[in-house]
Structure formats: C-alpha cells, structure tokens
Design a protein around this ligand. Structure first.
Ligand SMILES: [Zn+2]
Ligand SMILES: [Zn+2]
Length: 428
C-alpha cells in the first residue's frame, strides 16, 4: 500500500487539518510471508523480537514459512504461543509485557485479541510493533486504541498504531469464512459511520473531512464489488477486505476520530458486548455483531425517513435515573461522565426541525436498501439475524434504547427521544 501517496493526496486538505498517521509500512500480497524478514529489515525494525501468536495463527503462518523468513534476515525470536486467544484480558497484556523486557520489538501473528494485547504491551514498553495478520476480520489493525477486558469489564485503552502491518493473501484467503465475513460486516457499517458523521457536521458543526470519508467509502465499495468471492478461497477478495479494513483504521487516525468507521451500529454492538462480557458470555466476533446491527439500523433509519415527514423536536429531557438502571455498576461512572454534559445540549430543537428534510434525504440517499444489503451480506457469508449472534429480541430492544448513552456523540438514535420517535415502532 502506497502510504506516502495516500498522505500526499491529503496535503493541504480543505478541511484544514494536517493529516498524518504513525504506521510506516503496509504490505498485503500473495506470497508475502517469504519476504516478511526482508520487509521488516528494510523498515528498520529491530532484530530481537517477541513473536506472539496462538496455535492456529502460528500454524498457518509457519506453513508459509514465517519464522524461516524472519531468521533468514537475521531476526532473533522469542515466542509466546497461546492455545486459543479469544479475549484480550489485562492478565495477558501483563504476560506479554513481562516477556518483552529483553527484546527490542513485538510481532503479533494473528488478528483481533492477539493484536490488541500486543498493541498495549508494545506501547507500554515503548517498543516498535508489527502485525502479521492472518484473517481480515475487523478494522482494528491500524487502530491506536485497544479494547481490553479487566474484571469482566471492557475498557478502551489509548495506545499507538503499529509501525508495520503485513498480510499474505494466501493465508488470508484460507481464513475461516466466519472471520472473512466478519470483516465484510465491519465494512458495511461504514455506510452508517459516514452518514452520522455528516449529520453531526450539519447539526452541530462537528469537524468533518470529505476526503477521509471518500477513502473509507472507496474501500467499502471494493468489498461490495467482491461480495460473491468472500466465501470462496479467493486471494483477491480476502486481500481487498484486508486492505479496506486497514484503510478504515488509517482513516480514523487521519480524522483523529472513529467517526469515519463507526456509527450507532458499533455502539449497539458495544452495548451487547458489554452486557455479555459482564456475564462471562462469549460476545461473538466484532464484525459479525456489527454487521447484524448495521442491517437492523439501515432498516430502522430508512423506515423513519420514509414515514416521518415532519418533526416537532423538544429539548432533550431524559429520565436519567431510569436510563442508569440499564448499566452495570462498573459501567455507571463512565456512562455518567459521558452524559454530563449531555451531547444533546448542543442540539437546538428548532435547528433540528429545520434540518430534518435534509437529514431524511441523506438517509434515503446514503443508507443502502436493506433488502439489497441483506442479500449481499448473505452472499458474503455474514450473519444477518439476531439469533445468529445469540441476542434475544428483548436484549436488542434494550441495546437500541440505551446504547447511545455510551458515547458523547451525535447519533440518529440519540436524537430520537427529542424527536418523540419510539425506535421500536420502526424496527421491523
Ligand atoms: Zn481533510
Ligand atoms: Zn469495527
């Protein structure tokens, strides 16, 4: 990926922001594994490394010769191989940190949680960090935050982007369909991320950059174009999803906000995840849940835009005592902080009323037809129903009503109470 060209194209951006990111090298191609050592050496990556993987990700990368390639280029490896890494817990972060005390860099071989624990450990030990991705499953590769579970409570830790991201499409194509489809599900969410970013810009003049939005939308379109190849053993499709996910992560850094990558669907998914993690239940893959939430919200938003032609908003007047009962004691301090002051303080009801025709138009033009999206998601092997992500209708209703209080952010769902709209009336 030509990162210099990408940054060059954003020079003197009309949004007024100086766009930049920390990631130096992104390489995704067929047969990359045998060159991994050379690429790292060329990038100036230090030679004494801690390699972190699990049995599965280590197995698939060894089949293509990863450690051989690294050793050939003079890399000295210390290894930490987990049995099966599903959750990124603070205990694992500390374990990686302890082992990293006598190395000069960390390479994480895998995806999701493995990358997250290494992302934190490398940041806290101030060591350069490389991801060798084995599945295109979510858009956190280039992220500078990491979701870490501490005492069954999911926290978002601010860290640093990886210096190097590598992926071999031979390995990506062979990843389980569930993971590739999860990556696709995480990408379709960008329809809503960009829409709600634009609405926030319109309503409260929140910072917005059309160039960054277009980078994300372009990456999304490439995934849509390859819909029918996602479930196949296709290097082209797996590589395109991987590239789209990395670009989406870089876009967040360019915008200094997660706006280009996530809207209400990510927050709904976050509500569901916190609910399950607090009860010790496996929360399903990130992109799998996010995809289902995207489809549900596309239907909701279009139903509202089609049926509600006029609104008479009033000042937001939430029943905070009632709202707070829908969060665990661990969540409450954060949730209270995020709502004091409340984001809706910035929304003038009269301005919202005046903007409604334009918001409706944006929804109808930018939110895909849910039947078309559902068909595409099914063809790509994605989950499309609540049952497939093990969420009951009751839990979903709770998530739909209360998720928006987990962010200090304008989301359409957060505006519905001001507009006097009950989301459940349009959720079908
Ligand atoms: Zn810009
Ligand atoms: Zn995501």
């Amino acid at each position: 990926m030509d990162l210099k060209k990408l940054l060059k194209s954003l020079e003197n951006c009309p949004c007024g922001r100086l766009h930049t990111f920390d990631t130096k090298v992104v390489e995704i191609y067929s047969g990359l594994t045998k060159d991994a050592g050379k690429i790292l050496a060329k990038a100036g990556f230090p030679k004494k490394l801690l390699l972190v993987a699990d049995d599965n990700t280590f197995g698939v990368s060894e089949k293509e010769g990863l450690t051989k390639s690294l050793c050939r280029s003079g890399y000295e490896l210390k290894k930490l191989i987990y049995k099966n890494m599903k959750y990124a817990r603070v205990e694992q972060v500390r374990e990686v940190e302890a082992l990293a005390s006598d190395v000069d860099g960390i390479i994480s071989v895998g995806t999701g949680s493995l990358n997250d624990i290494c992302r934190v450990a490398s940041f806290e030990k101030d060591l350069p960090f490389c991801i060798f991705a084995t599945a295109p499953s979510m858009d956190g590769f280039a992220s500078d935050t990491a979701p870490i579970i501490s005492n069954n409570f999911k926290e978002s830790w601010k860290v640093r982007q990886p210096a190097v991201i590598l992926a071999d499409t031979k390995i990506l194509a062979k990843a389980p369909v569930e993971l590739k489809a999860a990556g696709y599900g995480d990408m379709v969410a960008k329809y809503l991320g960009i829409l709600e970013w634009r609405i926030a810009h319109l309503l409260i003049d929140e910072y917005y950059c059309e160039n960054v939005a277009q980078i994300t939308l372009g990456a999304l379109q490439k995934c849509i174009d390859l819909t029918d190849m996602v479930t196949k053993d296709s290097e082209e499709a797996a590589g395109a999803i991987m590239e789209a996910l990395v670009l989406s992560g870089l876009a967040m850094k360019l915008a200094l906000s997660s706006r280009p990558a996530s809207g209400a669907e990510h927050v709904v998914s976050h509500y569901l995840e916190c609910y399950k993690v607090a009860r010790g239940i496996w929360p399903e893959f990130h992109g799998k849940k996010v995809g289902v939430a995207t489809l549900k919200l596309c239907r909701l938003y279009r139903n509202i835009a089609q049926n509600v032609t006029e609104i008479h908003p009033r000042k937001d007047d939430p029943d905070w005592d009632e709202i707070y009962t829908h969060f665990t004691p661990d969540q409450l301090p954060d949730v209270k902080k995020l709502n004091n002051p409340s984001i809706t303080d910035k929304v003038d009801p009269e301005h919202l009323r005046a903007c409604w025709p334009q918001i409706r138009k944006m929804i109808l033009e930018q939110v895909p037809d849910p039947d078309v999206l559902e068909d595409e998601m099914k063809r790509a092997g994605c989950a499309t129903t609540l049952e497939e992500v093990h969420v009951s209708p009751e839990l979903y209703e709770e998530a739909l009503r209360y998720h928006a209080y987990m962010r200090y952010r304008i989301l359409i769902t957060r505006l519905l109470p001001m507009m006097g709209i009950d989301p459940m009336k349009y959720d079908c």
